[in-house]
Every structure is written in C-alpha cells, then in structure tokens.
Design a binder for this molecule. Structure first.
Ligand code: AGP
Length: 592
C-alpha cells in the first residue's frame, strides 16, 4: 500500500505532487505529505487525512527544482503527522518517501539508537532514512549510502529520496512497484504507477527488484549490485489510465456503468465473431488442456471471480481449483505433477499473490490475468492476458470483477472448443446494462435496510459466487456485517443468527435449482428473515424483489453481481459513507 510520486526539473511542484497523489490515493489515504528541494534546502509539509488537507497547508508557487510526495496506508505507527511521510533522518540530511514494509526495522532502530540516533516517529521508514544518513556520515556518497543501506534492509520498499545540500532525486526498489518516466522538456519523474506521470513524460520504465539510482533533469542513471544498468524505456497508451469521473458522482458508480462494456471488450479481444475462432495463443490453450489441474490464485474479489471460474471449468469437464493466495503459500494443498497456475489480479501488485510467484519453482507454468498493464504480476507471469477494464479507481472492485469472470469463461470455452461462450457473455452484458438501468429500484431496496447491522446472501451453484462477491461489497463500503452461504448450508449452523427482520438476499438464476433455493428461503423466513429474492426471468415468481433479464444459469452471476454492487453503493451513500474510499482499506494491497 502507500503511493509515492516524485520529480526533478522545472515544474510547478505543488500542482504536480498533489494531483499525482490524488491519482495514487487508491493505495491509501490515512495521511499525505510532500517535500520540495530548493537550492540545497528541503521544506516539508505533512497532514493527516486527504490530499486536500495537505494542499491547504502548502503555499502556492513554492519554488523548487525537485520534489517527493506520499499518500499513506498506515502499517507501522498510528495515523499522525509525525508518522506521515516524507520521513527524515535524525540529522535532517535525508528525506524520503516509502511504499513497503521493513521487516528488520526494530533491529536497525536499536543499532542506530545505540549510537545516539533519535527517532521522532513509530515508522519503519524513518529507520531507512537514518540508515542512509549513517552511511553518509561514514563518508559514503549518496549513491553508495543507498546501496549499503539496501544491504541492511530486509523487506519491501519503493523509495524516493532527497538529500540536503546534494542535487538529484534518488530512488531504490525492492518488491514494491516503482516506475520511472522520462520527460521531453528537462523533467524526469517517478511514481508507484504510471497514472501520475503520464502527462509529464513520454517514455517509461518499470524497475526490477534491487535497482537503485538517481535522476537529474537531464538524465537517469540506474544500478544493480553496484553495476550500471541499461533501463528499457517505452511509451504508454494513455487510454489505459484515464482518471476522470466523466460526470458521475463517484468512481464506483462510473465503474459499475462500465461493467457490461468490459465484458463485451473481452469478447471482442479474445474472439473473432466473424470467423468464430478464439484468439488466444494456441500454445497457452494446449498447456492449459494438458495440465493435471488449473489452479487459480487470487485475493478478495479476484478470488471470488476465480472461484466462479473454477466452478465453470469443472462444470465443463476441466479440472480446476481456486485458492486464496495468502493461504496457498502455506502449502497445505496437494502437490501436483503438472499444474497450471493462473494468478488473478486487478492491480497486478497484490503482495500475497507475488509471494505465490516467489514460491514457485523455475519453469512453473503461470498465467497472469491482470488489469494493470506492465504491473509486477503481469511482468513476472510466464504468460499474461489483460482484461482491459481501464483504470479502476474506487477501492471496491466492480468492472474488473466482471471482466475477470468473462476472460476466464472465454478461456474455458477456448480450451474446450465451445464457441457459444461469447454469445452467452454478450447476453450477460445486456442483462448487466439492464440492471444498471433499473438502479432506482435497487436504491429503494437499500432505503429499506439503511439501519440494519447484519445481512445474508444465499445462492446455490453459480449463484453462490455472486452472493460471496456481493457480501464482500456490502461489508467493505457500507460497513454492514454480511455473510454469504450456499443455500443448503445455513441450517448446519448459521441459521442460528437469523433474527426477526434480518435481511436475506437470495440469488435465483438457474431454473434447475430454483426450487431448492426457494425452499431455503422459506426456512429463513420462518425464523423471521426478510427475504429479497433476486431472480432471473427464467425462474421468477410473484413477490420477488428484483427480476433481471434472462441469461443462462451459468451466466447469472453477471447481473446478480451488478445488483450486489449497486445495493452496496446505495447503502453506503444512504449511510453517509465514503463510497470510493472506505475506511481501513486500500485498493492495491502491497503488504502481506
Ligand atoms: C475488492 O472490492 C477489494 N477491494 C479487494 O478484495 C481486492 O479484490 C483484493 O485486494 C485483490 O486485489 P487485486 O485484484 O488487485 O489483486
């Protein structure tokens, strides 16, 4: 978590840094801070809360020829100004911003404290600044001080560093993402992702682990293991990073509206409708087919989309399983002879998934299904497929979830030679658009449950996965405690939680199993639950709370998840919460 941005050259730094931070605040928004370098002196500004709070204390037109900034998701130390970044060394020679976690910061702090070094914050970041300052005092150059500090640090870091009295913007990277940008007009930039620097630079390079170096307004120099490194710079397509509300009140609402489009886009990208052929690499398909199991790994929503995909693969005769990435690393799962690992991630930077890659032996077959182009998981997977959802800003995943499911189902169709999948997906996209068009009805349902403390989602078969995803959405943005269960499972325990008035959302998308789920709903109603049945036209009954346009049973999760997204959105809004930036969360979870 945490976002960093920096630059050197002729810029209006207040505008560049604060607007850059806004584009990165999906990575955390507990506090924000920045530092300007001007004629050897560094000025520091930090504020708790939003980037706007920071902007209000920074004077306009501040002179500077380099700057660094940070938006924080607190890991070490509470949300205070002292713990906000930039952090500086005890002697105020080193100022830096950090994304990552230093595992051995306590030992390093003790070591430095033993030499009389004093600390002002509870952060691991201040320790990094002081380790670098220590080596400077030992007579090292800034670059060597950074290299020597890197040898001492265990953990993850993307660092942007300024030195008092020394020109240049320095950087270092291990495990946390860092990209550099080369401008045309005596400006060079860096950031946690491309969005903040796209308008200022024309060529970009993502750094590999162990890289460090510095930039001036005219040059960028990088090293690894003490050796000079030739970075590969390339241009970027700005379309992939459009940061614009486009008239919507929140990014989440905009992104819900884009869901159906992302499903269609995946069909267009991976299927030639005229020739009726899939456009995936035939070698990839052959390897997936030959695998003894396709193993999906993901976290949060990306895990739920892959659970739905694994079930879909199984239903179509392909062996597949889905695991939560942070659990898979503990190795409690069967050792397979010839697995194919599919890593699902919107951001492509999720630390728990990167840990899975770290654990895999060389030569393991991996496919990344990713949204963020050139992200770590995209770069490190043996093969990559993009869902092409464009920038997703709201912390709650919406359009990317639908895109992930669509791409995985297309992949299943391609492996099996089933060319009916794209048409079914296009029908599903229509059903999603239809749900979005009737959002006022969903808002009316949300209005009726504004005061609730608990909610349940139930479903059977593919509908169950829509319940899981909807339940996560409800928790994360409306702060309503929510559980999701397969319809048949409640009476094995959780039904004890049902009280008079507990809202239960039942997804009924498949006529083959609608009888069973409806009888589960009756069991719940008999214990006082207020049931809201969300059903497909193919199995609707009078009294259902919301009936969506017909789709085949396997594709019911598309409109059902759209319903869950909108319900959570409206509930969050009606409860007066921050829809796009819910408490305690960050969009890109870059710590384990
Ligand atoms: C979804 O709404 C969440 N914000 C979260 O569960 C997310 O899906 C998870 O952190 C995984 O992120 P990724 O897809 O970027 O890897």
């Amino acid at each position: 978590m945490c976002g960093i941005v920096g630059a050197i050259g002729n810029l209006d730094y207040k505008t560049y840094l604060t607007s850059g931070l806004k584009k990165l605040d999906y990575r955390g928004y507990d506090s924000a801070g920045l530092a300007f370098w001007n004629k050897g002196k560094i000025s520091l500004y930090r504020a708790v809360g939003s980037v706007e709070n920071l902007a209000s204390i920074v004077p306009d037109g501040h002179a500077g020829t380099a700057g660094i900034a940070h938006t924080r998701w607190a890991t070490h130390g509470g949300v205070t100004v002292e713990n906000a970044h930039p952090q500086r060394s005890w002697d105020k020679k080193v100022y830096l911003v950090h994304n990552g976690v230093i595992d051995n910061y306590k030992e390093l702090k003790e070591w430095l404290s033993g030499m009389g070094c004093q600390f002002r914050s509870d952060t691991d970041t201040e320790v990094i600044a002081s380790v670098i300052a220590y080596f400077l005092q030992e007579g090292e150059t800034p670059l060597d001080a950074i290299r020597k500090a890197m040898e001492k640090l265990d953990g993850s870091y993307a660092l942007a560093i300024l030195f008092t009295g020394q020109e240049g913007l320095y950087f270092a990277k291990n495990k946390s993402p860092l990209v550099l940008g080369r401008g045309d007009t005596r400006i060079n930039c860096l950031a946690s992702d491309y969005a903040p620097i796209l308008d200022y630079c024309s060529n970009f390079a993502a750094l590999d682990d162990g890289t460090y170096g510095y930039m001036t307004e005219n040059s960028i120099v990088a090293y690894r293991n003490g050796k000079n490194l030739a970075l590969r710079f390339a241009s970027k397509d700005k379309e992939d990073y459009v940061y614009d509300l486009a008239g919507y009140p929140h990014f989440m609402m905009k992104e819900i509206h884009e869901g159906a489009h992302v499903v269609r886009k995946n069909v267009e990208t991976y299927f030639d409708r005229e020739k009726k052929v899939y456009l995936f690499d035939p070698q990839l398909l052959a390897s997936l087919k030959a695998a003894d199991e396709v193993v999906f790994l993901g976290c949060g929503s990306s895990h739920y989309s892959s659970e739905a995909a694994a079930a879909y693969f199984n239903r179509h005769g392909l062996r597949a399983t889905s695991y939560i990435a942070s659990e898979w690393i503990h190795g409690v799962y069967p050792h397979l002879k010839n697995p194919y690992y599919v890593l699902i991630s919107q951001s492509g930077e999720t630390a728990d998934l990167i840990s899975c890659l770290d654990m895999m032996e060389k030569g393991t077959k991996t496919l990344g299904i990713v949204n963020a182009k050139d992200s770590t998981i995209a770069r490190r997977s043996g093969h990559v497929l993009y869902i092409g959802a464009g920038l997703e800003v709201a912390v709650a995943s919406t359009k990317s979830f639908l895109g992930q499911m669509a791409l995985m189902m297309l992949l299943c169709g391609a492996v099996n030679g089933d060319t009916s999948v794209p048409d079914s997906l296009l029908e599903a996209a229509k059903a999603v658009d239809d749900v979005v068009g009737r959002r006022a009805d969903i808002d009316a349902i949300a209005e009726g449950i504004v005061e609730v403390h608990d909610a349940f989602f139930v479903g059977r078969g593919m509908d169950f996965f829509a319940g899981e995803e909807s339940s996560l959405k409800l928790k994360e943005i409306s702060y309503v405690h929510s559980e999701s269960y397969p319809g048949g499972e409640l009476k094995h325990g959780p039904i004890a939680l049902i009280e008079e008035g507990t809202p239960v959302f039942a997804f009924v998308g498949n006529p083959e199993i609608s009888k069973q789920i409806r009888s589960n709903v009756e069991e719940l109603k008999a214990r006082g639950a207020v049931a809201y049945i969300v059903s497909s036209e193919s199995c609707a009954k009078e009294g259902d709370a919301f009936v969506y346009r017909y789709v085949e049973g396997d594709f019911a999760p598309y409109p059902e998840v759209a319903f869950g997204q909108l319900l959570s959105y409206y509930l969050s809004l009606r409860r007066g919460l921050n829809v796009d930036k819910p408490r305690n969360l960050a969009k890109s979870v870059t710590v384990n």
